[in-house]
Design a protein around this ligand. Structure first.
Ligand code: FMN
Ligand code: SF4
Length: 596
């Protein structure tokens, strides 16, 4: 190896048991030490693990937080989420560019700063937000930027030190706590109640509660656990804390305020599934929560709520490991997440087999959202009969909503399922909304005519993201932003998603720039439907939703931008060949025209 310390590599690789499945941790740690991830590190890790260097390079190239470029002491990642942009991220970006003397996407010549854009950082209730290495900085204003840059240049304090800037404080923004998820909870109570039942009875209780997954797809949790338990092998429970859907931050609140409840839910799942190990996949943007979560795990071990003989039950051993991600939205998709947990790129798998049959390490695995696991703990603590008293017939319990955008009170709300969009808008102070994006970009964009509809699995389902668009917004621009997000985050495996999202972006540009004609709208619809129907995983299957739902619910957005000129197909063939004609010195002759 040229400049990379071989001893460092072998120390890190040894620390993770020379296990290729821990490649993510190894790469993250080496990058942390070196400030970048150069080719020498790829070669060194491959040699120390005994794997081909392509395996390491392939994995590292997939994640946006693994930097194969030039070394920088501080990487500033500016969130380019729609909500951050709505609240002034473009001006903040220009202020950083000015203070650093570089354009976004570049490094300073002295190797101190790298300025980048990144997808939603999960801080839409306090935008515009950025990450400086692992430090979250929120509520940025252009005027703050010179002082931030100066403090870092002078190394007065290190990033990671929350006192560095007044903005380096993540607000909780809990606006409304409901009785179900955020009601008072006694540690250990759900585990003790579960241990008084058989694992099958625990699953029956979940079935009775009609709990459905809170991560977006809404699959019945009891049924998922039952399939997993019945499959032969070593079982695993994975908590999906990837929370990458733009506009979502409710899991951030649970991880901060209700980590005990979450770990209790994972432990109940461990008992019900017969699993000895649970894994919490934590998105890289929430790395600041990692030390606190480890402290909670350590306390629970001390109190006998994790480890051997949990709550005094001989033979019931279960523990939890936290895996940090490295910046890839598609890793929220459960099979992509499992690939990532195994130290690979996070490309979704073909299904079947489903994770409950063959998931982590090809063993039966249940992947559940943070909020789902919190609900499971509460159901075991208080009983299914108590749970079903909340919500509607088919959407039992409550839902945590992350509300952001043009409203007076952005933050997290625990609401009863069945609440209308109208009522929600009154609650959050967004009564004059021209549209509401329910479920993030992969959900639906609703027009005022739909505000009487109910948030529930039977009407408008949502993983929890609610973005309010006020009357002053150019909504079509945000449809483009959302579509660009999907194009950027596509893992590239299948053509309908990889190519289709880019074609959608091109078509939207055409309409936005006033070059679209009436025939573009059915074409947009057809293209969007093809992307939806033909893509391999949930990312591609929902990538056209911003276009399709606005075409359906707010067609005026498009119509008013169309050019009234009739579209006459035309191609300037002489112009296209002008360079070749100049180089060869020959005149281009259009034979068709000459014979006409
Ligand atoms: C692109 C994509 C991103 C996703 N991101 C998340 C996520 O961040 N958190 C989550 O719980 N589920 C996410 N999901 C859904 C998961 O695949 C899976 O359905 C969920 O974790 C299951 O948990 P649940 O049954 O408790 O809802 C995502 C799905 C897709 C297609
Ligand atoms: S739909 Fe998109 S994200 Fe999913 S596998 Fe295909 S290319 Fe990858």
């Amino acid at each position: 190896m040229a400049s990379v310390d071989a001893a460092l590599i072998s120390r890190v690789v040894e620390r993770f048991g020379k296990d290729p499945q821990r490649l993510m941790d190894i790469v993250r740690e080496v990058q942390g030490e070196l400030g970048q991830f150069p080719q020498e590190a790829v070669d060194g890790i491959a040699k120390a693990l005994g794997v081909h260097r392509v395996q390491v390079a392939d994995m590292a190239s997939f994640y946006s937080f693994i930097d194969r470029g030039e070394k920088a002491r501080y990487t500033v990642r500016l969130s380019n989420c729609v909500v951050d942009k709505m609240q002034g991220m473009d001006e903040v970006t220009r202020a950083f560019e000015k203070a650093l003397g570089i354009r976004c996407g570049q490094n300073t010549a002295d190797g101190v700063f790298s300025l980048r854009q990144t997808s939603c950082t999960g801080m839409c209730d306090q935008p515009p937000a950025a990450l400086i290495n692992d430090l979250v900085v929120t509520g940025l204003k252009p005027a703050d930027v010179p002082a931030i840059v100066e403090a870092l240049k002078q190394e007065r304090r290190k990033p990671g030190d929350a006192m560095l800037f007044p903005n380096a404080e993540v607000q909780l923004n809990l606006r409304q706590a409901g009785p179900v998820v955020l009601g008072p909870f006694e540690n250990g109570s759900a585990i003790r109640k579960s241990l008084a039942l058989t694992p099958e009875q625990v699953i029956d209780e979940l079935n009775k509660s009609k709990l459905r997954g809170r991560g977006g797809a809404g699959f019945p949790t009891g049924m998922k656990w039952s399939f997993c338990r019945k499959a032969q092998g070593e079982h695993y429970i994975i908590c999906n804390a990837d929370e990458g859907e733009p506009g979502t931050f409710k899991d951030r609140l649970l991880l901060t305020e209700a980590a005990d409840l979450l770990f209790e839910g994972m432990t109940v799942a461990g008992y019900a599934l017969g699993a000895a190990e649970g894994l919490l996949y934590l998105r890289a943007e929430y790395a600041y929560l990692y030390p606190r979560l480890e402290q909670v795990l350590a306390r629970r071990r001390r109190h006998g709520l994790l480890g051997e003989s949990i709550a005094g039950r001989e033979g019931f051993s279960f523990d939890i490991r936290i895996q940090l991600g490295a910046g890839a939205y598609v890793c929220g998709e459960e099979s992509g997440l499992i690939e990532s947990l195994e130290g690979k790129r996070g490309a979704p798998r073909d299904r079947p087999p489903y994770p409950v049959q063959r998931g982590y390490k090809q063993e039966p695995t249940s992947v559940n959202n943070v909020e789902t696991l919190c609900c499971a703990a509460r159901i075991l603590e208080k009983g299914a009969d108590w749970f079903v008293k909340h919500g509607t017939r088919d959407s039992t319990g409550t839902k945590l909503l992350s509300v952001s955008g043009d409203c007076r009170h952005p933050g997290v709300y625990e609401v009863e399922y069945g609440i209308t969009v109208d009522k929600l808008l009154q609650l959050v102070g967004g009564e004059d909304a021209q549209a509401v994006q329910v479920g993030g970009p992969s959900g639906a964009c609703l027009a005022p005519k739909d505000y009487g509809r109910k948030i529930s699995f039977e009407d408008i389902p949502t993983g929890g993201s609610i973005i309010v668009f006020g009357p002053q917004r150019d909504l079509l621009k945000h449809v483009l932003d959302f579509t660009e997000f999907f194009a950027e985050e596509s893992c590239g495996w299948c053509a309908p998603c990889r190519v289709g999202t880019t074609l959608l972006v091109h078509k939207l540009h055409k309409v936005l720039e006033g070059r679209g004609t009436a025939s573009d709208l059915p074409e947009l619809k057809q293209l969007g439907t093809t992307v939806k129907m033909m893509s391999r995983c949930g990312l591609g299957q929902s990538a056209a939703n911003p276009v399709l739902t606005t075409l359906q619910n707010l067609p005026e957005l498009y119509r008013k931008r169309l050019s009234d000129k009739e579209f006459i197909p035309h191609f300037d063939i002489a112009g296209a060949f002008s360079e070749q004609a100049a180089v060869t010195g020959r005149k281009f002759v259009d034979h068709e025209e000459a014979h006409a």
